[in-house]
Each structure stands twice: as structure tokens, then as C-alpha cells.
Design a protein around this ligand. Structure first.
Ligand SMILES: [Zn+2]
Length: 259
């Protein structure tokens, strides 16, 4: 008896879901040109001093140079000119530029503090095309890393609920003349839309579809990542992630963002 009451309701729900999915991928919506982030990383924040990265797209530089055409801005005499070939430098590496849609924006910087800790921070902002942002797991494996563990942390933030951040523990084996050496690192990330924030790739995909259909909004999603070294065991590095994110967050979230 109960079954017959719910059956028509269920059918309607299923049809609505199918219709929503169909609309999500066909309806043309206005692209929100106001990203939820600022596309620059601060020169310094609290105890952290930043050094932005620049990349040369001249093959002679990225294929022969030890650093693969990568330069730190504080080492450069002219901030956007390659010291080796004189061409203009980019904020993304040649491989990234080659693989991603041309309206993708990038900013990367290495931060050090007085305790000698170092973290790399990056923001990738997608353009009109949806494939600017990939699952980080795919890129990490592509770079020769093994994923040891994945979990979620909550970074306490002043005056609001904690920020949920996804963390991947990674290891990579390097061959050296003394034998193989393992480099242990972490990779922490979350995604930011105009008024959405999530550490989950699939939640981002859901909001992408939902907001297109229900609100006729297509976000320019940003992908914020923080990475650094860790001890082979333990999770003390989580303190470093929290400390850095608490410091950097106010300067990278756009003022017009409704987060
Ligand atoms: Zn060059």
C-alpha cells in the first residue's frame, strides 16, 4: 500500500534530477566574471615572506636549465623578463600553459618563515572552460608521487566557521648517487567559487551544475593549494597548514565575495 503512494513521487523526483542534469550541460548561462579570489599572493604575511615564481616558455630555457625555466622573482633584475634568453616570463610553466585552456590564470609563490619552514602556495583560476581545474590526485601521480593517505582538516578561522581543507600525504622517491631518497610532503587544497567554498572535487562539480540550473550562474572556480615537507610519521605538519592558511586567507579572498 505504502509503495503505491510513494511511487509517483519517486518518479517525479527521478525525472526532475534527469531534467536538471540535462539542463546543466545545455543551458547557456551568464559567466560570473567576479572570481571569489584575488589573483595575487602577498609579498609577506606575518612571519611569512613570499617569493613568487615565474616561468620561461622558451624551449631552450625549460628543457636545458636545471630549474626547468623556473625563476624566483626576488632573484630577477626585471620581474617579468627571463635572465637567460630575454623573453617575457609567465606565471605558469610551459607544461601547464600547454595543457590548460588559455584563459586559465595562475599565481604561485614560495613562503618561508623565521623557523625555516617553507610552503608553496598556488591559486589556479578557471576561465570559461570547465577543464581548467583537475583533480589534484591526477596531477600529483603524473609528477611521480605516491599518495599515502588522504583526509580532511578543519582550520579554525576568526569570526566564522572553520575552513574545511583536503589534505593528501605524498611521498616521492629520488635516485641520488648515494642511493634512493624519499621526500615526504603534504598537499592541502580547497576550491572557491563566487560564494561557495568546498574541499571536495565532487561537491564542486555538484555546485557547478546546481548553480547553472537553479541560479543561472557559472562560477569562475578557483583552486587554492598549499604544500610543504612533512616528517615520515605523524601529523605535526597540520599546524603549519593551519598557521599559513589563517595568515594568507584574508588577503586572497575577494572583498566582493559573499563567503
Ligand atoms: Zn628564457
Amino acid at each position: 500500500m505504502e509503495k503505491s503512494i510513494f511511487k509517483p513521487f519517486l518518479t517525479v523526483v527521478v525525472l526532475m534530477v534527469i531534467a536538471s542534469l540535462a539542463l546543466a550541460f545545455t543551458v547557456d548561462v551568464e559567466l560570473v566574471n567576479k572570481p571569489g579570489v584575488v589573483m595575487s599572493l602577498p609579498d609577506s604575511i606575518g612571519d611569512w615572506v613570499g617569493n613568487e615564481l615565474r616561468f620561461c616558455h622558451n624551449e631552450a630555457c625549460y628543457s636545458t636549465n636545471v630549474l626547468q625555466g623556473q625563476y624566483y622573482i626576488r632573484d630577477l633584475e626585471l620581474p617579468d623578463i627571463c635572465p637567460d634568453c630575454g623573453e617575457s616570463l609567465s606565471t605558469m610553466s610551459w607544461a601547464e600553459y600547454d595543457a590548460l585552456p588559455k584563459d586559465t590564470e595562475f599565481v604561485k609563490s614560495a613562503f618561508t618563515n623565521s623557523a625555516g619552514e617553507r610552503v608553496f602556495a598556488s591559486i589556479v583560476l578557471s576561465g570559461k572552460e570547465r577543464n581548467s581545474i583537475h583533480r589534484p590526485q591526477r596531477c600529483l601521480k603524473g609528477q611521480g608521487n605516491s599518495i599515502v593517505n588522504e583526509h580532511m582538516i578543519e582550520v579554525p578561522m576568526e569570526g566564522r566557521e572553520p575552513l574545511k581543507v583536503a589534505v593528501i600525504e605524498v611521498e616521492r622517491i629520488y635516485k641520488t648517487p648515494e642511493g634512493s631518497q624519499t621526500y615526504y610532503s603534504y598537499y592541502a587544497y580547497w576550491f572557491v567559487g563566487q560564494d561557495r567554498e568546498t574541499p571536495d572535487h565532487y561537491a564542486r562539480m555538484f555546485w557547478l551544475g546546481w548553480d547553472r540550473v537553479v541560479r543561472s550562474v557559472a562560477h569562475r572556480w578557483a583552486y587554492i593549494a598549499v604544500s610543504g615537507q612533512r616528517e615520515p610519521e605523524g601529523r605535526e605538519y597540520e599546524m603549519e597548514i593551519a598557521d599559513f592558511i589563517q595568515a594568507v586567507y584574508p588577503s586572497i579572498i575577494a572583498e566582493n565575495s559573499s563567503l
